[in-house]
Design a protein around this ligand. Structure first.
Ligand SMILES: [Zn+2]
Length: 122
């Protein structure tokens, strides 16, 4: 059975080896909607940069955030998400959280934002 949302952290469901990519709770399958994932990241990571569609400001086009000196970018395209560095969405989130965890070690406000989001530091 696949869920659209993680029941524990309320993130769009992204399963990595049977666990939620964000909070590491058991999650059997992924069915995250690409646009919801983009909106979710924008809400939870105020340090990131969001770019909206020119003709439709309600529509997010791109989200990018720098973590551990690396730029992570998600771009919404017709076929789904184009991610930088290139990876499956669940792997990309896992890498992003590894990098954010490194920054959070010396950034209290980031640590607070991550724990408020219910994400598991790596
Ligand atoms: Zn979760």
């Amino acid at each position: 059975m696949s869920r659209r949302t993680c029941e524990v952290c309320a993130a769009p469901a992204l399963s990595l080896h049977g666990a939620c990519a964000f909070c590491r709770s058991p999650l059997p399958a992924s069915s995250a909607d690409p646009e919801r994932l983009l909106v979710y990241l924008t809400e939870k990571l105020p340090r990131g940069k969001a770019r909206r569609a020119v003709l439709n400001p309600n529509r997010l086009k791109r989200f990018s955030v720098v973590a551990a000196d690396q730029t992570f970018e998600a771009r919404l395209q017709k076929v789904g998400l184009r991610l930088t560095p290139e990876a499956d969405p669940a792997d990309w989130v896992d890498r992003l959280l590894h990098a954010l965890s490194r920054d959070a070690a010396r950034d209290t406000s980031l640590r607070t934002a991550l724990s408020k989001a219910g994400w598991a530091l790596r």
